[in-house]
Design a protein around this ligand. Sequence first.
Ligand code: ZN
Length: 100
Amino acid sequence: MEAFDLTPPEWTKSAIHVFDFCCPKCGAASMEAEAVWINRRSPVYTENNRRKWQEFYHCRCHNSWWAWSSDRPPSRYARSKKDNDMSDLDHYLGNLDLDL
Ligand SMILES: [Zn+2]
């Protein structure tokens, strides 16, 4: 599953940092991306002692962007208040309709 490869895919190199969690070029949501790559190697601890990490998305318009996981809108699949933990990430990715 490419999303959890340790080596960043080629398309992440041109990714643009966005803050509203959608493609800056065409406005497509992360759920519509063609590929996703999570930088799980270097999670950052926030002031609340919660983890955040970089989520890279390769949009169907061939634009690449990334955002902090903490900027992701709350998942409707979240099972608990710990919605930024890795277990939720797995759940979130499991519900993405991606060709990985
Ligand atoms: Zn796009």
